[in-house]
Design a protein around this ligand. Sequence first.
Ligand SMILES: Cc1ncc(COP(=O)(O)O)c(C=O)c1O
Length: 412
Amino acid sequence: MFETMRPPAPDSLMEVGRLFRADMRDEKIDLGVGTYRDGEGRIKIMAAVKQAEERQLKSQMGKGYLGPGGDQLYCERLMEALFPDLPAMADRRLSFVQTPGGTGAYRLGLELAAFRSPASRLIVGAPTWPNHIPVAERAGLRSVTYRHYDPATGTVDFDAMMEAVSDARPGDLFLLHGCCHNPTGAALSPAQWAELADALLEAKLLPLIDLAYAGMARGLVEDAAGTRRLLDRLPEAIIAISCSKSFGLYSERTGMLAVMAASPSAADACRLTAETFARSLWSNPPDHGAAIVRTILGDEGMRANWLAELDAMRHRLAGIRSRLAASGLPGTEPIAAQEGLFAMMPFDSGQIAAMREKHAVYMDMSGRINIAGLNAGNIDRFLHACRDMSHPANRRAEPNSSLRDVASTMQV
Ligand SMILES: Cc1ncc(COP(=O)(O)O)c(C=O)c1O
């Protein structure tokens, strides 16, 4: 039965991780997978998370199923933290489903949209998170891409985005990164969010906002402000929220889907339908991560501790951005105005391979770096390696064979 099965093309980022682990050099630098690292390079458990876990351990009475909708109090608290005093919340036009991570939320949102309108397409700015298009295909949605990023200026190609809005068909889904764009870091200004909201309304498009990095750019509510603008202006929206980064809960699979509908009855119908889909996808969501977030957000002290830790994370990221932007290296100047965990280095595949082989610096084959992998102990070495890449001998070299095939299958 499985004789005709062929292994899928390797995932480039996973391959970079494998090569990193196999590298025995002490000075190696990992700028690959998108996890936040502290100044010592650790993926630390946040103190507020530890505190909440201890409380949870003492108070948990059982481990029964949560039901396909999951922990609704967790969803409400998270929503309120991101979007305080949202009119749609008071009007009961929002419905929530707790999901396994932001990926689960995104998939569930797509399922709901595809069910509502099977002919809808997903309009996606490229480059984007490599999972966006494959997950949409799994949910049966066709995607259409447009140019999201202008590498010459390091900013969003807003004209191309607005053109994509006007080329779309009514009912199409328009995918947006709520903040901290992965992989480019390029952000929309408040004026651009406002213009976009008007255009989406006019074109009768349904925004699907992927909010996976709230708190890592300017602050929690500030990073959700673009999404908020859409929620205040449009009748309907889908939001996929991840707690993986903002709470450091990567392995706990903590996310939620929020659907804003035009009426309370439509919102209820969306929740019940999404619950049916959740039931056939994963049945019930995991409890632990959501319980931690619910506990933190429900306790003033823990909440303040968590926000202070999140602030420290974004200040550290901003510091690295300033260092990179001040380096004088070609293409790095816009990094200061970009946001979040990622930036694109203007290297070709040969330079990326040389960074790895000669300098033990590991980054995605697209040129994306996770800037959180940089710290006081390695940033000078990284900048030195980048300068070395400007040398003509390091341009347009062949990538090493194990990554050559992977690079050609990249989706971003
Ligand atoms: C843009 C974007 N959306 C969603 C996710 C999914 O996050 P989670 O691990 O919570 O599924 C990620 C994770 O890297 C991401 O970068």
